[in-house]
Every structure is written in structure tokens, then in C-alpha cells.
Design a binder for this molecule. Sequence first.
Ligand code: NAG
Ligand code: NAG
Ligand code: NAG
Length: 446
Amino acid sequence: MFRFTAILAIVSLVPSIVTAQASLYGQCGGVGWTGATTCDSGSSCQEINSYYSQCLPGSTTVPTTPTTQPASASGTTTSSAPTSTATGAAGNPFTGYEIYLSPYYVAEVQAAVANITDSALQAKASKVANIPNFTWLDEVAKVPTLGTYLADADALAKSSGNEQLLQIVVYDLPDRDCAAAASNGEFSIANNGQANYFNYIDQIVAQIQKYPGVRVVAIIEPDSMANLVTNLSVAKCANAASTYKACVQYALEQLATVGVYMYLDAGHAGWLGWPANLSPAAQLFAQTYQAAGSSPFFRGLATNVANYNALTTTSPDPITQGDANYDELLYIQALSPLLIEQGFPAQFIVDQGRSGVQNIRSAWGDWCNVKGAGFGTQPTTNTGSSLIDAIAWIKPGGECDGTSDSSSLRYDPHCSLSDALQPAPEAGTWFQTYFEQLVSNANPAL
Ligand SMILES: *[C@@H]1O[C@H](CO)[C@@H](O)[C@H](O)[C@H]1NC(C)=O
Ligand SMILES: *[C@@H]1O[C@H](CO)[C@@H](O)[C@H](O)[C@H]1NC(C)=O
Ligand SMILES: CC(=O)N[C@H]1CO[C@H](CO)[C@@H](O)[C@@H]1O
């Protein structure tokens, strides 16, 4: 729950395995894509944007856009040789860097803007294309896209003289999302999941290593640790605990070798911010920090990813009643001393991408396409708290949290609650009405 739901639900696709046809919800085309371009029967390949085509339900066979390999993704680069071990870092990783805007999101937003008829709304919406969010590497097949972006960012840094920072979300644990009714990760623990995950991390590291000039900031595994704090009574989470820890540790260690600054996901105020959860959470985060060698690149924790909570509020939402930590800053201020006590001097990054409007949920646990939400505070390092490195838009606003169609395989009842905007398409696909809602309710206004 509470998570960004992955685009790929069911497919278990390892790039070395060549499949003739992509499965339902699998990738079937896009710039740089070299896998299957046709879909299993009952689904057809539809272009989501130039970087991503997906097998969606429906029997019509839509021809896919030819996949072309951009020059920048050829694997050869003009960058200097990779540094084998990145050296210690300190300070806010965002300071002095310009955040790279990925062409994928820009294209997605521009397509959405073209479909808006109200010209005032259209003008506001077009501004979203210039606001950086994060690239979610939610399946191994997307890792080559990272290489394309890195090459592009590297070239941009050289031509503009502005150092580039690329933002990613590492999100592909085996048995991902263990507390949800239907898990949607591509890897399963029972089927070589840990080795597949290590390979996924190795591929990310290999891409980043080629571009030492580009700074990378990563959010590590949304929901994973929070599930281990509160959801061990769910059999799947109990079973996944040791694998999650081993995989997260591997990610933290390996990404540190190429100088990636990392923030491990820490749920949000309404999850780990409850008094009973704070200490166990701090313990788990500090243990993870120490197990991964107390690296300065493991900079801290990310909160409110894909959620709707305010950073600060003077009028707590009634749904938060009983939790003294009713906003993200209060949560962070409560967690920080406990972390320091255990030897983890964590800094924070907070998602405010959909937090512009408050008091819109019937229950704090409601996470799916919440009605009335608006884009929130725009990304900034001027956060008002020395504990917070950056306010960011981590969940790409406009991408759907989950379908409201109860006959869908990936249906989650949260997506048809009365506070969820409906009808909603499949998770990860573009939800135009929702995007327009975020734009018109943006606070501050766009
Ligand atoms: C824009 O409108 C066209 C035509 O109605 C539609 O095919 C397309 O999917 C829409 N794009 C988005 C991003 O909603
Ligand atoms: C997981 O934990 C959260 C927070 O305690 C709780 O609200 C949720 O119901 C749990 N999920 C399951 C499936 O038990
Ligand atoms: C600038 C940036 O990183 N944009 C990302 C926004 O979200 C989409 C969808 O996940 C990514 O592909 C973009 O890279």
C-alpha cells in the first residue's frame, strides 16, 4: 500500500531471456527497447510515449513504433574513465547542481498539455514539464533508459557548463509490496529473486559508472523497510524480511561505490510517525546504515513518497487524530533524534508532489488517486529545516496509482473508494483527468 504501483505487473522479464511476445502490461516498444514488440493474445501494444510502449488489454493489434537506438545509448561515451571507488562526500548533494529533466516526462506532459482545451489551464500545465520528478526504475528492462538519460545529462553538462543531477527511484525488490493484496513486482523470492535483484543493481551501477560527471540521487525501495516495521504479521512480509534486508544492503553498498547519494524510503507521518512505530523504525534504519558500512553516500531517508501529507500544517487533518506527528516535519523531527542516538545522522528528502491540498481523504491510509489533490510545493533546497535536504516531486504527477475497474487483475479496492477519482486507468499509465486536477488545484499555483 501507499506505493507508486509499477507499470509492469505480472511479467517476469530478464533482458537476457528473449521472449517472442511480451505479456500483459509488459513493455513492447520505445526508444532503445530491444525486447519483444508484440503482445500475448488478448492484449495489444500501445504507445504510452516515445520511450515506452506497453501491452494493454484489448485484442486489436496496434503496430508498435519502430524502436531506434539513440546514438547516446550506444554504450560508448566520451566521459573519462570510471572512478572505481567514489570518495567521501558531505553536505547537501543538491547544492550547486541543476536537476536534469528527462525527455520521457517532458514528452508525457507535453502530450497531456496538447489535450487540454481550457487555455488558462493549458498554460499552467505546460509549466509542469519544467519541474523535475524522478525516473522510476521499477523493472530491470528500464535500466538502459537510465544510460540514455545519463549520456544526455552528461552532454548537457558539458554544453551548458551547469553540473547535472539525475534523480532515480530504485524499486524492484523481489516480492515487492509484500503487504498488498496483489504484489506487482517482476521478481519473486521463490524464483531466484535475490540474484535477479543483485543483477538489476549491477546493471544500474554499470550505467552510472560510465558517467562520473553526472551526480545521481536515488530513493531506495519505497515501502520496503516500513513494511518490515509494521507488517511482519503478513506472511509474505515475514517471509521477505531477510531478502529485503540483503537486497537493500546490496543496493546501498554497490551504489555508494559509484558515488550515488541515497535516501532510503521511510514511509510517512501516518505510517511510521505513530509513536509506537518510531523506535522500531529508527532501529531498523540505523542497523541498515551500519550494515551498509555507514557510507556518507547513504545520506538519509525519504518520506511521503507518492503520498499526500503536508510538510507542515497548522490545522491538522481530522484523519490524523491521535498521532502527534500529523505532518512530515513533525515526523522527521521525532525520528531524527532516535536515529542519531543509534549512530545514524540522517538527512531527509520529502515528496510534496501531490500535497498541495489537505483534508481531502476519508482515512489516512487512502493512497489511490485521491480526489481534490493538487501539485504541492515545487522542488527546492530551501526547505525551512536543516534536517531536510530537499523538497521534491518524487511520484510523477499524472501517472495513475491504480485502476478503479474491479474486473482488472490488478484491481485494488482503495482505487474505488469514495475519495478516489474515477474512472481510473491501470497503474502507471497516464491519467489525464487526474493530471488536470493536480494542475488546477496546485498550491502554490503554477
Ligand atoms: C490525447 O487525446 C487523444 C485523442 O483523443 C488521445 O488518443 C490521447 O491518448 C490523449 N493523450 C493523453 C495524454 O491523454
Ligand atoms: C500494514 O501496516 C499498516 C500500518 O500499521 C496497516 O495500516 C496496514 O493495514 C498493514 N497491512 C496489512 C495488509 O496488514
Ligand atoms: C525529470 C524526470 O526524472 N522525470 C521523470 C518523471 O517521471 C517519469 C515516469 O516515471 C520518468 O520517466 C521521468 O524520467
